[in-house]
Design a protein around this ligand. Structure first.
Ligand SMILES: [Zn+2]
Length: 177
């Protein structure tokens, strides 16, 4: 049996040679037999987009404040931006949220999108706030994901904000209060 510490094949990479010319068959009828040319090239795009009606929420984070919304008609309170009430369809107003809440539930993420992959394992949490009818999805920091416990449910948590706002939902995260 092969020793697992000794590699039995060379590591695969996606690097290649620089290709300056591709030979073309003399007979045009053979062109379709040419192997496909596969390129690796960097791709960059500047994407200008708008947060639209959700903009105050991000401006709030940049000022270390959490904003929620409240239905003008039925009073339903959302812990997220919501310009139209999901209960009755009426308009909502912005309201200030408390910076402390309780841990409703959480999950330890062993995998993530490219941006978060290097931070695994990390904890996603849902936070509940006094007087608000919905939860806020965020990150829980300051506890060891390897010691995750159901005892955490109900724990008091407080919001912390990135000092340099990136104008992303991750500008806010929670730590035990
Ligand atoms: Zn409503």
């Amino acid at each position: 049996m092969a020793d697992k510490t000794i590699p039995t094949q060379i590591e695969e990479t996606d690097d290649g040679q620089i290709l300056f010319n591709v030979p073309l068959p003399k007979n045009p009828e053979q062109f379709k037999d040419l192997s496909p040319i596969i390129l690796k090239q960097p791709y960059h795009i500047d994407y200008i987009h708008s947060y639209g009606q959700d903009s105050p929420w991000f401006a709030g984070l940049a000022n270390k404040r959490l904003l929620g919304t409240k239905c003008q008609k039925c009073g339903y309170q959302f812990a997220t931006p919501k310009l139209s009430c999901m209960e009755c369809g009426s308009d909502c107003d912005w309201v200030e949220m408390p910076l402390e809440g309780n841990l409703h539930t959480f999950t330890v993420c062993e995998f993530g999108s490219e941006e978060f992959l290097k931070e695994t394992p990390y904890i996603l949490c849902l936070v509940e706030f006094e007087g608000f009818n919905t939860l806020l999805l965020s990150r829980l920091i300051g506890v060891n994901p390897r010691e995750a416990s159901l005892d955490w449910v109900g724990m008091k948590v407080k919001a912390k904000f990135r000092r340099n706002s990136k104008f992303k939902p991750t500008d806010v995260y929670f730590v035990p209060a």
